[in-house]
Design a protein around this ligand. Structure first.
Ligand code: HEC
Length: 151
């Protein structure tokens, strides 16, 4: 075997071995639909398009969610995203928690969300200025700003 083919075989073996490493499950857990957040249709459309893949139990899983190493990142993002904020179970959050999350949502759309590695593959999820403001208006109950709490 030439050296090149030997390298290729080794790489193929490493790739195959990577597939065996366990990762987070790829699942959309069944959820009581009455717990889902209710929003005006225009806002709901924005949130569904840009946030639901990581912040709901209705993830549209891409094919590479089955292929290591990509699947490690995708599944972790969904796992962590749902833990931080899950619109599918919004009504199960206490009023205090909802208030806290809305303040975090207000801040997250300025810079952090959606995650850059997601936008790279889903440019359609990028928020326009108007869409960002629409989310912030809702998250601040129409005020357009949030009271910063210092803890
Ligand atoms: C590619 C997956 C992904 C998408 C898409 C995404 N998020 Fe997140 N989000 C995460 C992850 C992972 C975390 C938890 C870790 C962290 O804070 O970085 C998170 C955390 C959050 C938090 C919790 C607190 C905070 O500020 O860290 C808020 C609020 C949030 N996201 C809002 C949004 C909103 C609003 C959208 C849509 C405009 C969105 N996210 C889209 C993955 C995502």
């Amino acid at each position: 075997m030439t050296t090149f083919l030997r390298y290729l075989a080794i790489l193929a073996l490493i790739f195959a071995a990577m597939q065996l490493i366990p990762s987070y499950p790829k699942e959309n857990p069944p959820t009581d639909p009455s717990l889902e957040i209710e929003l005006p249709p225009d806002l709901m459309a924005i949130i569904r398009r840009s946030c639901y893949d990581c912040h709901s139990n209705q993830t549209r899983w891409p094919w590479y969610a089955d292929v290591a190493p990509m699947k490690w990142i995708v599944r972790r993002d969904v796992q962590e995203g749902r833990k931080a904020l899950n619109f599918s179970i919004w009504k199960s959050y206490s009023p205090e928690r909802q208030k806290e999350l809305k303040a975090q949502i207000f801040r997250s759309v300025i810079l952090a969300m959606p995650l850059p590695q997601y936008l790279w593959l889903h440019p359609e999820a990028k928020l326009s200025k108007e869409e960002r403001e629409r989310i912030q208006m809702w998250a601040s109950d129409g005020k357009g700003y949030i009271d910063v709490q210092v803890r």
